[in-house]
Design a protein around this ligand. Structure first.
Ligand SMILES: Nc1ncnc2c1ncn2[C@@H]1O[C@H](COP(=O)(O)OP(=O)(O)OP(=O)(O)O)[C@@H](O)[C@H]1O
Ligand SMILES: [Mg+2]
Length: 232
């Protein structure tokens, strides 16, 4: 029997102008590394927002297993609004994500988790610097760190590598793959970089304007992806 973390059943999302997800049936096994691909506007972020309960499906549903309470989602969104003058230090920004903060300062346990995550994401040396001054690659690691401090068992990254140079992309993906392998963290990674998906993911969900495809990443044909893109 499959050990699932979530399943989507007959999922459909209608916006006033168009239907973006139509009768999507999909399941995800614990510990998998899924890449969601597809052209702009096809519904990748919408699907993520349904998982986060930020968008209600028009019909169908998502089930988390064994139940919603036991699936902790860490989310790195597609867009962030951090300008050069952003005042918080890297470590204070990461600490914003400790949920259920009761105290204005960090508990011993929270401090331990924060230090562990700073080490994992290789941010120890620059933890006291202002986030606004960090490079694009460093910022992405900070956003990942912020998602990790809540100790998720499902990590969702929406286009987190889009603005990175090839070496920084590999660095970030290596780190995510390590978390996937060593901590059995389930990963959902949205990307337009099909080669990156092939190098790191084990499953794919290919959303299209007229349907979807899913399977083992080795079966995803690069050519087909670009052919579909060319229709736009
Ligand atoms: N709240 C909303 N109300 C109306 N339309 C919306 C809403 N959210 C998304 N859409 C539309 O739904 C479609 C899918 O958007 P979505 O952001 O899911 O695409 P995407 O696959 O993530 O694209 P990209 O690759 O550009 O990030 C788009 O046409 C978008 O304009
Ligand atoms: Mg998107």
């Amino acid at each position: 029997m499959k050990n699932l973390i979530l399943e989507a059943q007959n999922l459909r999302v209608d916006f006033s102008e168009k239907t973006v997800l139509n009768d999507l049936n999909f399941d995800l096994e614990k510990g998998s590394f899924l890449s969601i691909v597809g052209e702009n506007g096809v519904g990748k972020t919408t699907f993520i927002k349904v998982l986060l309960d930020e968008i209600k499906p028009s019909s169908g549903k998502v089930n988390f297993l064994p139940d919603r309470k036991q699936v902790k989602i860490g989310y790195v969104p597609q867009f962030r609004n951090i300008d050069d003058e952003y005042p918080l230090s890297i470590k204070d920004f990461i600490a914003l994500n400790f949920n259920e903060r009761k105290l204005p300062w960090l508990s011993i346990k929270e401090r331990k988790t924060l230090n562990h995550v700073l080490k994992q994401t290789k941010l120890e040396k620059i933890k006291n610097e202002p986030l606004g001054k960090a490079s694009g690659g460093e910022k992405q690691r900070v956003y990942l760190a912020q998602a990790l401090v809540m100790q998720p068992n499902l990590l969702i990254l929406d286009e987190s590598t889009a603005s990175l140079d090839p070496a920084s992309k590999e660095d970030l993906l290596n780190l995510i793959k390590e978390l996937n392998r060593e901590e059995n963290l389930t990963i959902i990674f949205v990307t337009h970089d099909i080669q990156l998906a092939k190098n790191y993911a084990d499953k794919y969900l290919f959303l299209k304007s007229d349907g979807y495809e899913q399977g083992q990443i080795s079966k995803l044909k690069e050519q087909e992806f670009w052919e579909d893109d060319a229709h736009v």
